[in-house]
Structure formats: C-alpha cells, structure tokens
Design a protein. Structure first.
Length: 451
C-alpha cells in the first residue's frame, strides 16, 4: 500500500511483496536496456549524418531527457520509438539550442552534453535539478579550459548551470583528471572523434571506474570509430563519424543486479536473458561476487542464471562496478559473516552520498554498518527492524533496499517513484517475481504497485 507521509513523500509498504513460498522454476526477468549504453549511443548517433536507430534502448528519465536535449540542437532530431530511439542528423554544423537544456538529475547526460556542445555553433546552456547542481563538473570544465573552450558557470564555480560557447578547438593535446569520475574522460573521447584532426587525451592521476571507459571504447569501435590506448592513461582518437545506422543496446547490468539480489536472498533461481559473460558492463561483475558469496552462477547461451544459496560475507574492491554496491550491501546484510567493500569513494558524489545512505539505512533497519571515505562494512543481522527507508531521491537506494521486503516484515520505501530515473517498470517487475513464487498462495495486486 502506498501512503503519504507528513513530508508529503509517498511511502510504499512492502508487505504485499513478501515471499511466502518459492518455486523451483527459474524466474525469467525482463530487464530494460542499459542506461549507460543508451546514453552513449544517443551521443554516437548524433555524430552521424543521416538516420540512426537505437534498438533495445532504455526509456527512463535520464535517457528521455538526454534525447530531448539533443532534439533541441538545430540540424538534429532524436525521438522515441517503441523499442528505443531514432536519431537523425541533417547538417554537418549543428546550431546550439535556442533555450537552456535541462537534464534533471542525470550526471552522465550532463557531462556528455558539455563536451558535445563544444562542436555546436553558438552558446548552449545546460542545467539540472538541485542535486545535480551540487555534483562536480569542475574537472571536465578545467579540461575545456586547457582546450581553449570558452564557458561560463552561471551558478557556483565548477557546477551547473553552465554556458558552453561552441567553436573550433585549437589544440590537439587534451588532458583530464580521472580521480572523481570516468564520465569526464568518456565525454572527451566521444567529442574527440568530432574533430578534424587526431586528438591525444591524457588522464591525470588515477582513473576511477575504468570499466565504464572500456565500455565507451568498445561502443566507439563497434560503430567504426578509431581510438587507441595501451594503458587507459593515454588515448589517441582519430577523426571520424560512426558508420553504423543501427546500434543494439544490451540489457542493463545495473538493473539486473536487483533480481540477482532477489534470487540470492530468497534462495531461488533467476534467468537474465540478453546479457553475455563477455559484456563490457562492469556491473555484470556482481555475478562473480555473488558466486564468491555462495550462489551458483551459470552463463547460458540465452543469458545469466543465478541460484541463491546460503550466503557468506566477503572482502571486495568494487571500483569497476559502483552502481551495484548498494545491491551487494543489502544482500550482505543477510550473510553469515561480515562484508567489507572498498574502491567506492566516488559513491559520495552520485545522486546522493551512497556510502552514507548504505550505512544510515542499514542501521535504521537494525543492521550494523559503517561507512568511510572509500569503504563500507556490513555486519549481518537476520533481525530487521520495522522502518521506512529514506531514499534521498536516489533510484538505486529504493531498488536495493526493497529486496529486504521480500523476506522481512515492516520494510517501507520512501518515494518509490524515484525509480523512474533508470528503471520505470521496476515495481511491476518485482511484483512479477513475487507472483512467480507466490502463485499458489497470493499475488501482488496491481493497485499495490506504484504506477
């Protein structure tokens, strides 16, 4: 049942989602297309003259807003289809949007657009919601300064809103810090291909979330762009345009994590079609960690199958799979030994401070947890307190903590609609999971599932 609190934020009581019995038959999860792939594919398609179709792409708040932003550039259109998007570019030279473009809370769309706007004629103003205005853009803007690009921060220094003045970039030697976000490098890699000369990009310091950069390189090469690197520290990008008029989007490894977690917690089997062991999505690595915790993992021709088993804690560096840290922490709360996760400093600058959210909300539920600058430690507890989980307007907090409602009473989720950011059908898919197992006893009524 969804209620409204005094703060006017809806609260979802997860009682109807409680698993009462389990089925031996695997649950076949319907996972949407990858948000990371879709965002990058929209930019790649926008660099190509002609019509490009994105198939299996994700429709969610982030991707829909990015498409709307791209659609506002003169000479470019990006429209939704039943199975993705169609992007059509009719002009070599794009015109900057006449009005500011709004990306909501999308950090990746904002950073991709900042670099994309450099090649448009005129001034592009990019803005986001209150939280996104707090999230750092300074390292990317500093890189633009070194490239000779003019920009103006219209609010706080190093943050949105920002006005980007487009034009030809004079230098071919670019550099960017990789310490806070790999998205800064990704945005420059994509923009470099739009230039008329080879571009060299050097990463200053350590590079976090390397798996996301590897995903970007994989996608660029798939559509015919040439980029070379031997160590993910120095990159040479050749000028060019994508040659593919169709980009297929793999299912979202971050989104599938919630159903891997659901199977792990309930001791059941889930099948995720459309994901391969060779996936370039770093978050697919969560399956390996869950196998270390005791689950049985099989990579089948049709996808990934996981069966939940008794869980033990582990020590893991999750730098390459940051968007699944919340899922693992929640699963670890029901293990038989402690879990320590490291390599996660950049979680503090996501949609919320996710290190704080993990520790605060697990403790609220009676599970001892401690967070630091770069780590989280979880001490399991099978006794869960009745409580409402604060989600901080963060989709991943809501989805990860909902898993405890499958096996415990009294769990409620604040602001359940925040999942629209990346997985609009999440609550209906979770209800399908419940109904698959509870079919002989009960089913989650449609009225109990947030629209």
């Amino acid at each position: 049942m969804t209620t409204v609190t005094k703060s006017e934020k809806p609260v979802l009581d997860l009682a109807p989602f409680k698993i009462l019995r389990t089925s031996k038959k695997p649950f076949v999860a319907a996972i949407p297309g990858s948000k990371s792939y879709t965002n990058r594919a929209l930019i790649l398609a926008s660099q190509r003259i002609g019509r490009t179709e994105l198939v299996g792409a994700l429709h969610c708040e982030d991707t829909d807003l990015l498409a709307a932003c791209l659609n506002s550039f003169g000479g470019l259109s990006a429209v939704k289809t039943s199975d993705g998007f169609v992007v059509e570019r009719t002009s070599e030279a794009l015109q900057a949007p006449a009005e500011p473009v709004y990306v909501g809370g999308g950090g990746t769309p904002a950073r991709l657009l900042i670099a994309f706007a450099v090649s448009a004629e005129g001034d592009t103003i990019i803005d986001g919601n209150a939280r996104l205005r707090e999230r750092p853009m300074g390292d990317l803007l500093t890189a633009l300064t070194g490239m000779g690009v003019r920009y103006t921060c219209l609010g706080q220094p190093g943050c949105l809103p920002v006005k980007i003045s487009g034009g030809r970039i004079g230098t071919t030697e670019w550099s960017v810090s990789g310490a806070k976000s790999s998205q800064f490098l990704t945005s420059l890699l994509l923009a470099a291909a739009q230039q008329d000369r080879p571009i060299t990009i050097e990463v200053e310091g350590d590079l976090v979330s390397k798996s996301y950069v590897e995903m970007t390189l994989h996608m660029m090469r798939q559509v015919g762009l040439q980029v070379e690197t031997s160590d993910l520290k120095k990159f040479v990008v050749q000028p060019g345009v994508p040659v593919s008029d169709r980009i297929n989007v793999e299912v979202d490894a971050s989104a599938m994590s919630y159903f891997l977690g659901a199977a792990a917690l309930t001791g059941t089997t889930v099948l995720i079609p459309g994901i391969a062991q060779a996936s370039k999505q770093g978050d697919a690595g969560l399956a390996t960690l869950m196998e270390e915790m005791g689950c049985t993992v099989l990579w089948r021709p049709e996808g990934l199958q996981l069966t939940g088993r008794p869980l033990t804690g582990l020590v893991a560096d999750m730098d390459t799979m940051p968007d699944t840290v919340l899922t693992l922490a929640v699963v670890a709360s029901q293990a038989t030994s402690e879990t320590r996760v490291t390599g996660i400093a950049n979680l503090k600058i996501k949609e919320c401070d996710r290190i704080h959210a993990i520790a605060a909300e697990l403790n609220r539920l009676g599970v001892p947890a401690v967070g630091g600058d770069d780590f989280v430690e979880v001490t399991p507890s099978r006794q869960i307190a009745s409580a409402t989980v604060s989600t901080y307007n963060d989709h991943r907090v809501a989805m990860a903590f909902s898993l405890l409602g499958l096996i415990h009473d009294g769990v409620r989720i604040e602001d359940p609609a925040c999942v629209e950011k990346s997985f609009p059908s999440f609550w209906r898919e979770l209800s399908r999971f419940v109904n698959h197992h509870n079919a002989a006893v009960m089913s989650v009524e449609t009225s109990e599932v947030p629209a």
